[in-house]
Design a protein around this ligand. Structure first.
Ligand code: SF4
Length: 116
């Protein structure tokens, strides 16, 4: 067996970069400044509103650490969900912090501001 055949899976993972994570054999790369959450994967357990988590979540806890008032683990499904939509500019900023912390872009935001 050739060297590259033995180590190809490891090479694929390492080439995904330090800000990517494996999710069921799928590796997604986070592009700086973009939001690539898939709206069709939005979890029904999110409270209604512009911010949402999708089934692309890998349950890493980073959004919950960044904004626990916005994101919470749903133990029934094993994913984070939005349990409170931001209602003030400070909360909106923290919701964005949590979204930007997500290594697999499983947090989406509809293109409207919750704060006028
Ligand atoms: S940061 Fe992303 S992957 Fe991690 S728990 Fe939150 S939504 Fe899930």
């Amino acid at each position: 067996m050739h060297f590259t055949q033995c180590f190809r899976p490891l090479m694929v993972l390492s080439s995904a970069g330090s800000d990517a994570r494996q999710n069921g054999g799928r590796v997604r790369r986070k592009e700086s400044g973009t939001n690539m959450a898939t709206p069709s994967e939005r979890l029904s357990e999110n409270v209604p509103g512009p911010f949402y988590v999708t089934s692309e979540c890998i349950d890493c806890d980073l959004c919950r650490e960044a904004a626990p008032e916005i994101y919470r683990r749903n133990d029934d499904i094993g994913y984070s969900v939005v349990h409170h939509q931001p209602a003030a500019p400070e909360e909106e900023a923290r919701a964005v912090d949590g979204m930007e912390a997500c290594p697999v872009e499983a947090i989406g935001r509809e293109p409207i501001s919750v704060i006028d």
